[in-house]
Design a protein around this ligand. Sequence first.
Ligand code: APR
Ligand code: PHB
Length: 420
Amino acid sequence: MSPVHGPGPLLGRIGAREPGGHAGAAQGDTPTRTQVAIIGAGPAGLLLGQLLLRHGVDNVVLERQTAEHVLGRIRAGLIEQGTVDLLDEAGVGERLHREGLVHDGTQINVDGVRHRIDFKALTGKTVTVYGQTEITRDLMEARAAASGLTVYEAENVTPADFQGERPRVRYRHKGKDKEIECDFVAGCDGFHGICRQSAPAGSVQSYERVYPFGWLGLLCDTPPVSEELIYNRSARGFALCSMRSPSRSRYYVQCSLGDSVEDWPDERFWDELKQRLDPQARADLVTGPSIEKSIAPLRSFVAEPMRFGRMFLAGDAAHIVPPTGAKGLNLAASDVAFLARAFLEFYKENSPAGLDHYSARALARVWKAERFSWWMTTMLHNFDDAGGFDRKVQAAELDYVLGSRAASTSLAENYVGLPY
Ligand code: APR
Ligand code: PHB
């Protein structure tokens, strides 16, 4: 699918680009007025900003870190077709189509026996392997090329008055206190951000499941062990074989929450990984020095609602999924698709309908992805507190999923991404 230029199918032809522009901004100074103030320059904030820019909706992105810091984060890299389409619509699909790896299926090893889930045959859809860091880089470059304004190293960012008609965001930049007035605030500031915390007391209902283990991830410049991802369930715990390119691999092993990276020298990592693979993968595995190693806790989290007056949350600011279903980035993208469409309806058609339905629409898709990610995590990991009955049910679940076309199709349908 060649990258599309200009307004595309997901956002429809809601009004072509009219000249926007920041009000009250002398050259080089930061503006005092915009239409949408976006907090956070992660994939959610940058993607929203790009889609709005392309449709002539003025926006400013405020980020507390430097651009280098944002780009330095190693995150997942598996995207649904819906996310690919949205990135195309934002005009940042070219490199993804050139360097991304399209996968028709994935593999699941259960105690040494490898099975394949053929997404293409079961759903007609595929997924693409392309690092989140690369997506963030493409979005940053596109924003700069479109003269979109991003204020990096914005300190003490504080959304205010979003329950009223004239929201504003206060922040400190280069030693000066600043304020920007806007129509709307988009809280794309991640799980630890300020926006969800700024919601009126008692107005947030949150739901959480914390898993009793973590994922130790290792990045290395070795050829991947397999052309497709391998999810491994073993008596020693879960492991995942993934990749970033034909010469760069990403591996994960389930580890204890108390572990630190220092407890896992490369040698121990490779030895443990090998013991969790099937014989063919063990024979094919190419090891090498790690270029990045980190431990991530596993958590399922949802905050409801995703709207507080004129402030809207998107991405990790509202929900977290364990990485087993590769849904984190894709959920941020679907939130942004719903939110961008809602803003365009407001500005181009004077209709608040999309904004009024945003929270319900986004949460409906979020909960399905939460369910899928929890299910994959429960089915493929070892739980120390699991009794004999639980273990037997887990084994039967895997046996059913891998032996039934209906059940495999359900897994595939969720994995490639449910419709928006
Ligand atoms: N002020 C300004 N910026 C902030 C603040 C704040 N108070 N708090 C956080 N930020 C910035 C962070 O520095 C980060 O760059 O908001 C950004 C949030 O980005 P992400 O955490 O990447 O969240 P999101 O854009 O929703 O992307 C979700 O990231 O963590 C992965 O698995 C997740 O893939 C998913 C994706
Ligand atoms: C990754 O490539 O980092 C990755 C892929 C699939 C997952 C999680 C992480 O489920």
